[in-house]
Design a protein around this ligand. Sequence first.
Ligand code: BGC
Length: 369
Amino acid sequence: MKVKKWIALGLVLVLAIGIAAGCAQKASDDSATTDSAAKPKIGISMPTQSLQRWNQDGSNMKSAFEAAGYDVDLQYAGDNDIPTQISNIENMISGNCGVLVIAAIDGGSLTEVLKTAKDANIPVIAYDRLIMNSDAVKYYATFDNTKVGNLQGTFIKDALKLDSEKGPFNIELFTGDPADNNVNFFWGGAMDILQPFIDSGVLVVPSGQTTKDQCATPSWSTEESQKRMENLISSNKYGPDGTKLDAVLSSNDSVANGITNALVTAGYTDKDFPILTGQDCDKTSVQNMLAGTQSMSVFKDTRTLADRVVKMVTSIVTGTEPEINDTETYDNGTGVIPTYLEDPQVVVKDDIQSVLIDSGYYQPADVGL
Ligand code: BGC
């Protein structure tokens, strides 16, 4: 009798534990369903894998989204290949991504494909570069692009003491790919500072190439900027023993690297190197700053931008308004896109340790330290 009682009690217990476990399993299934319904898959389309910054942007965003519990479909468009970017985006739409984050190769080339996103109610966040002529674009997250140009122009102004010296100082000007909307702001921001000195004759551009189009670098390519700098060197006889070249404005590091290559080949060393600007703090440029063959770079911490985009998406998903701090500057042709601008920062040789290494952005070995 006693034995039977224990067996019965045991059975009841096993049953109870089974039901409890089942319920727990069901509860967790339910929460998984609710969770994944609330957290859509995020499609991230990056322009190229051949430039360090976009690899970092892609992987920073992927980890930040995954840490916040999202599934991620991260795709790169070959080496700045527009048809590949369009088909990446088509795949993300048909693959059930619920939000798209896109750094466009060419801001004007996504209008058609984004109509499909709009029809499927998929919100699009323009990442770093504004996407033009599409009302699927709901928000824009970037660094203050005008300030990037201002910082570069101001660096040259201060280094040459343009406010007090008469010069004339010789300068050549380089910017990026004109299909990248950011170029308007980088170029505009730098020329706001430099143009008055060109007008007054304190700064002279010996090549006479002073328009944005004349100073453009297709695809932001190092080879293209190197070629153009080599041509400028030979046509203007620049060199340590030739025509004096005081400064070169470059909108970013990939362009600056080509300029550095050409100037080093022309015989310039860290002792007489022209002032040269950049942007991104790419590893090669950090090494060039350490070697004295690039003067500065503008640091845009890709970790900050990735976190910003995760916050934006979380707000969209939970039905609240994302935080924005610019509602005036970025009109994409369909209206002004609400934007969050992160703050860029100048880095020179002496800041490398504190800004780039101590913050964990780079390991010393990444930049040859
Ligand atoms: C980005 C820069 C980058 C350049 C070339 C621009 O749109 O803002 O950080 O150097 O593209 O990839």
